[in-house]
Design a binder for this molecule. Structure first.
Ligand SMILES: O=c1[nH]cnc2c1ncn2[C@H]1C[C@H](O)[C@@H](COP(=O)(O)OP(=O)(O)O)O1
Length: 198
């Protein structure tokens, strides 16, 4: 499904729209899968209460607070720790088709592997929403194996709203996965979905 990208200024001038803000936390890693396949990057998403994958964040009221302040407030509830988000972290704004009159603002924030590890620990041990609205943080596998495990298999699962498109564009634009590898993973994910028993 295509989502219409609009500028932040245009998004903020829309009347009668709700504003959703979500963030992709990511960083580099030297870790190797099975001790030999370099993982290169860590990218965090979360399993929501409804069984869909998405990014941490939530609804923000821009007439009362900036997108960044509102997003930071939502993050303390979902991640159990203060995490500053600044305008430098702004990535995109899109009109959502699955949720009418919702504009989805997306941010990306690069962190060290140690900081990402602290986020994962706090999300389980200190976040008020853990076990209720958020069932846990997940690391997105960025590798693709011959068996289609890794990114193709991950992309074949169900995602909230436009979070799958947000993930795919961020992976490519931030240079975490090549455009060619993203496209191949999407094709394989589509064929996994078609052959999966319902
Ligand atoms: O990761 C996401 N990317 C884009 N849109 C998302 C994402 N997660 C949820 N959403 C949509 C779904 C809803 O239309 C709004 C608000 O959802 P949610 O994060 O559950 O917000 P609240 O906890 O209800 O504030 O964004």
């Amino acid at each position: 499904m295509a989502y219409k990208q609009i500028s932040r200024k245009e998004a903020l001038s829309l009347e009668g729209y709700k504003h959703a803000c979500h963030v992709m936390l990511y960083g580099d890693t030297d870790a190797k899968l099975f001790g030999r396949i370099p993982l290169k990057h860590v990218v965090l998403m979360q399993m929501r209460f409804d069984g869909l994958l998405g990014f941490p964040g939530g609804l923000v009221n821009p007439s009362k607070e900036s997108l960044e302040c509102g997003l930071s407030r939502e993050l303390s509830e979902e991640l159990g720790m203060a995490l500053a988000v600044s305008p430098e972290n702004y990535f995109s704004s899109c009109l959502s088709h699955s949720a009418p009159k919702v504009v989805a603002h997306f941010f990306t924030k690069k962190m060290t592997e140690a900081e990402l590890w602290e986020v994962e620990k706090a999300a389980v041990s200190a976040a008020p929403d853990h076990g209720h609205e958020v069932m846990g943080m997940v690391r997105v596998p960025l590798f693709s194996m011959k068996s289609d495990s890794g990114l193709p298999s991950f992309l074949s699962h169900s995602f909230i709203s436009n979070s799958r498109s947000q993930l795919l564009s961020a992976l490519q634009i931030l240079g975490l996965v090549s455009q060619e590898d993203v496209e191949a993973a999407v094709r394989k994910a589509d064929s996994i979905r078609k052959t999966r028993p319902q």
